[in-house]
Design a protein around this ligand. Sequence first.
Ligand SMILES: [Zn+2]
Length: 72
Amino acid sequence: MAKFLLFLVVIAVIYALVRASNRRGKSPPAARGPEPMTRCAHCGLHFPHAEAIIDAGQNFCCEDHRRLGGRL
Ligand SMILES: [Zn+2]
């Protein structure tokens, strides 16, 4: 009987270890992936694409550079 109880304890410990390692392995990915970056066609500055001012298919970092236009 004692051996049977020991067997149950071993099974329970293995089960707990497997559950714990699965939790670690399945940690949720970062809520936000890396932000897509773009480059200003005038000054070459890299900045988040979400902030880009797009004109004639070119990305600019600010309104001034959009007005000055691409030079690269
Ligand atoms: Zn710029």
